[in-house]
Write a protein that binds this ligand. Sequence first.
Ligand code: NAI
Ligand code: A1CAB
Length: 274
Amino acid sequence: MQDKKITFIGAGNMAGSIINGLVKGGYPANLICASAPSLTNTQKLADELAITASQDNNQSASWADVIVLGVKPQMMADVCKALVDGGVDFTNKLVISIAAGVSVTRFQSVLGENTAVIRTMPNTPSLLQKGMTGLFASQQVSAQDKDFASELMGAVGEIVWVEEESQINGVIAAAGSAPAYFFLFMESMQKKAMEMGFSKEDARLLVQQSAIGSAEMVKQNAHLDLETLRNNVISKGGTTAEAVRTFNELNLPEIVGKAMQAASDRGAEMEKLF
Ligand SMILES: NC(=O)C1=CN([C@@H]2O[C@H](COP(=O)(O)OP(=O)(O)OC[C@H]3O[C@@H](n4cnc5c(N)ncnc54)[C@H](O)[C@@H]3O)[C@@H](O)[C@H]2O)C=CC1
Ligand SMILES: O=C(O)[C@@H]1CCC=N1
């Protein structure tokens, strides 16, 4: 991978996951800085991973070749304005945003209209280098910078580039927010297993090992579609058939579709707000 100096502005759940994944994957820690007003998260990362922690966004951003913006969407414009007011020159820098709901146009309106901006939508399993990231590049981004972003996010999981910026909201629906869907499903299963008499720990083990095994089967059987994998579990007249019939009766596929649409719609709505 190209070795570039990277500063993360904001290093909470998501940016912290990426930093962890990067360093554990071998990216040089001395090329990574995490900056935030409070040292709470950044010092922990510095202690664990030997990256640099800073409380000075302007200095850290000026030092870097690549600035990863990892603050909350509602704070993004103010944080970017403060960098510009603080004299950070974005001319030869690559800006990578991980925020939902902040458009390239919005970034360029604050940072300068010719700023090279890549919008990404990662997810928290990046922490384990099992992330999924969608990326969209503004016209100003060079092929070399696109390659760097591919390598950067590829170091913490799988990537997919989208041609249209609006597709980032689809990535949010299908991947960025998705870990929460699976956790909710697992929580619901754990709760019911406990009602069926299992301890909290055993209920979790039953559910988590089933989820991990199922996900691994999906990954290792790319030639089989998901329906086939599902049908392989169903014995005629057996237990799974009853469970799946109940899910379908209660319209699980429709519920999932509606939830994903709500996530995507909210992404689009946020682009108007922030
Ligand atoms: N949590 C997730 O699963 C995902 C989050 N994202 C995006 O990541 C961004 C951050 O979300 P989280 O990590 O969940 O939030 P978070 O609240 O954990 O992290 C935000 C961080 O920003 C820092 N911060 C606050 N003010 C700052 C400032 N002026 N300068 C520098 N840092 C500042 C805070 O100290 C905090 O650690 C959001 O824009 C979100 O849309 C994207 C994909 C997935
Ligand atoms: O909930 C959110 O808005 C962020 C974006 C995707 C996951 N978390």
